[in-house]
Design a protein. Sequence first.
Length: 425
Amino acid sequence: MGQRSSHIQQPADCRHSDKFIIIGNPTEEVEFDTAQSHLVGFAIDYQSHEKMQAKSLGRPVVTAAKLVSKTFVEIGAVPEGNTTILVASENSTDCTFEGMKRCFVYAAKCVEAEGMFVFYFCGHGVEVGDKRALAPSDFDRSECTCITASVLNDWLTEASCKAKHVLFALDCCYAGGVGDALTTDIPLHRSLFVMSACTANETSYTIGTLEVSMFSYFLADAMRKQSCDPGKLPLYNILTECRTCCEALSSLLVKYEAPGKVSSCQIDPEITSSGGDQKDNDDETDIDGVPDVGRFQYITKLYDMKAPRPPLHAKTKQWLKSIVKSITILRDRKLLKDKVLNTAVCFITTSIASYQLAFQRDTVSQPNTFITAFLNIASFFDNHCHGADITIDHLKYGLEFYSLVLQNNAVDDASIEALRNCGGM
């Protein structure tokens, strides 16, 4: 983790940058007066300009904004009466460029000298020329309708913000680019912190199975777990925990690129877990290479799992072994349940489909191949995550994602459609 001291010799005026960006002194717990603090957040779920309408992000960004705002209130960081969440589809004039400026400046002016000003954004991050920026609801792909770091600096200056601390939480693509630019565009005369969902060249995940963005989901979870006292925030610990979980879950997703090629998000080798009840043995399999998962035996009978049974490609099984660490991280934090478990299963199913498509295309659309994939997933969780109960519902979720990989890559998935329509699935 690199760091550069600013020209102002104060402990909080250091810049720390890694995969996610945090600016400030990570060893200090940020303290402030809750009653003097304000939060303003924007959920840009709808893009009004015709050039961007098709890219509207919809409900997950609204859920994300409300979740983060609620969490700030629950941990005693901002009073409920001092929080404002503006949704593009509900507050059309407040989420345009001019509307965001007006609401941002008003909220920043309300913060008193011992308070913290929190600006939260969930929506599109964009590249305009060589800059990274936030897209308000009326963004038309021009530089004059996007919000760059210098624009945010202008807004803070106009507000004459007196806040003891300023925190920007940016949940959008290229967020790290905005955060990085803020270190030079905003004079370090105050304690400034920026938390971003990704780096300047990465995209942020908004996930249907989570019904919220990944960054905001794990940010809220980390805030609840790491924060103890009202008016205090261990920001670096919160961000580190959020980053760990984001990387663990995203590493389960592999995408098909071309025959013989897939792309994946590799987990940081420095991330460690507490071990727990992980097994060292491989999955139990029968002589035909299909895991023996007793509670799903009826599926093998229903879908005629007779020889020759299509085993997963060796590279697919090797990849499954490589994600044990990621699963262990999520398991140790008791996150592998409900929506996170559904997302993990769907990501792994997508990845298996991608591997099979890349290395064993001739059998990827056979129903028995999908059933083999699902049984491998169930066996994987049985071996490495006791308590994560894989059910027939997970098979249904996984099938949709498996089928989507085939559809997106021009594979005739008539057999998968037949599987979906069989047995009441």
